[in-house]
Structures are given as C-alpha cells and as structure tokens.
Write a protein that binds this ligand. Structure first.
Ligand SMILES: [Zn+2]
Length: 150
C-alpha cells in the first residue's frame, strides 16, 4: 500500500529531498537509483521472482473474473484461491477459456503463448489477452510491444 501511494522512503528520495543519505543506489541491485518506479517495476533482483509472482496473480484474478462472467463452473468462490486450469468451458460450451496455451499459426511467431485466450465457439472468434504489469510512464511502450508481439 505504501508503495502504491508512493509513500516509501526510498534512498533516492533521502538523497535528493531530505539530504539524509549520500548514496541513492538501490539496496538490492546496487545498479540504479532506488526510486519508487525502480522498486515496483524495474529492479533486476526483484524481477526474477517477485514480478513474475505479481504478474501470475493478476492473470489468475482476471482468469477467475472471465470464468465468472462467461458462466464457467469453478471449484473456488474467491479469486485468491483460484488456480486456473489449462482449459475451461462454459456451460453449454459457448465459450472456451485457455490458460497459457500455445496457438497454432500459419507463419512462425516466436511469442505465440498469450496468458489467456477467450474462444467464442458460436462466433468462431478468439480474443488474446497478454498481461503486462507496467508503471504509468511505461504503458504506451508496453502496449506497443504487445501489439507487435502478436
Ligand atoms: Zn534494484
């Protein structure tokens, strides 16, 4: 919560605003200034595990909500208990929801594994969802990257 509200005492802040520190480098990686954006989104040490966990939990919550909206029967009643299955089908087989599945394409696409695919079996259409956890400053760049990727 403190990080979201930008109320953490970062070393960058202590160096530049309060002048209580002389070194503004990140306590974990020692490479970049320890700013709020760095801690939340860009630290290479945290990227290895914590960012993947965050991404996967956001995906799982979205998957849960999509299942609820499309009439898929779920074992759990709360999103935080939900563990997505590879394939979920709504009652009456109107919609199929695929989790982390590779898509077959006519030409080779290096990244062809979106986080979630919603296949409308009546219309014969698919919606691909690939999630990025991004800071406000990075949204446009991340969005463009995802569009190019698919
Ligand atoms: Zn760092």
């Amino acid at each position: 919560m403190a990080a979201q509200d930008r109320a953490l005492q970062t070393k960058y802040y202590a160096t530049k605003i309060w002048n209580t520190e002389t070194d503004s480098k990140c306590r974990l990686c020692q490479q970049f200034d320890e700013t709020m954006d760095h801690i939340i989104l860009a630290c290479p040490i945290l990227a290895k595990e914590q960012y993947i966990k965050k991404h996967d939990r956001v995906c799982a919550q979205l998957h849960f909500n999509i299942c609820m909206e499309t009439g898929v029967q779920l074992d759990k009643k709360q999103w935080y208990e939900h563990v997505p299955k590879s394939v979920e089908t709504s009652q009456g087989s109107k919609v199929t929801i695929l989790w982390n599945q590779q898509i077959q394409t006519d030409r080779t696409i290096p990244n062809n594994k979106p986080d979630i695919i919603i296949r409308d079996n009546e219309k014969g259409t698919c919606m691909l969802i690939d999630i990025a956890i991004s800071g406000d400053r990075n949204v446009i760049r991340k969005e463009a990257k995802k569009i190019v990727k698919y």
